[in-house]
Design a protein around this ligand. Structure first.
Ligand code: S3P
Length: 179
């Protein structure tokens, strides 16, 4: 990794249902960092839910809000940032996050993702006739973007607590000597 980078934060990227929120909260607790979720910021700033934004204004409007929020994150320190699953598809977002964060991707199989999301209804992209096929299709299309993370962790094989421990370990390793 480029030694000029300032690793002030941790950004968690990855598909819906890979555990970003749970892992992010655990990591923040352990490091005594603040926890922030880009979807929550968008909802707070607009006063609308993600589903409302998708339904009324469409996905491109949501992506523009995401990009704006990512730019605002540049001033952050000691924050664990959980990101929306589609955010790294915009290369500007990934470049921007990498300027101040260790970018960790949580990876899961489509089967495990389906298991985790099937009883939830707040994700407009999965309001589909065949959500399982949609998961496979989106995951395949996004894989090259997720793989640009600094660290890739499979969350199928470990508990979320173990994954959080790995994230903390990688962050300590990568940030030692840089601060
Ligand atoms: C999306 C993932 C969601 C949310 C929006 C779009 C995506 O976030 O940003 O529904 O494109 O994968 P989570 O990954 O936190 O579910």
């Amino acid at each position: 990794m480029n030694n000029d980078r300032q690793l002030a934060n941790i950004a968690l990227i990855g598909f819906m249902g890979t555990g970003k929120t749970s892992v992010g909260r655990l990591v923040a607790e352990q490091l005594r960092f603040e926890y922030l979720d880009t979807d929550e910021v968008i909802q707070a700033e607009t006063g609308r839910t993600i589903t409302e934004i998708f339904t009324t204004d469409g996905e491109p409007a949501f992506r523009a809000l995401e990009e704006k929020v990512v730019k605002e994150l540049a001033v952050r320190k000691q924050t664990v940032i959980a990101t929306g699953g589609g955010l790294p598809v915009n290369p500007e977002n990934l470049t921007s996050l990498k300027a101040h964060s260790l970018v960790v991707c949580l990876w899961s199989s489509p089967e495990k993702i389906w298991e985790r999301v099937r009883h939830q209804s707040h994700r407009p992209l999965l309001h589909d006739k065949n959500p399982q096929a949609k998961i496979r299709e989106l995951l395949a299309a996004r894989e090259p973007f997720y793989k640009q993370a600094d660290v890739l962790l499979n969350t199928d094989l470990r508990s979320l607590r173990e994954v959080a421990q790995q994230v903390v370990h990688q962050f300590r390793l990568e940030s030692s000597g840089r601060r």
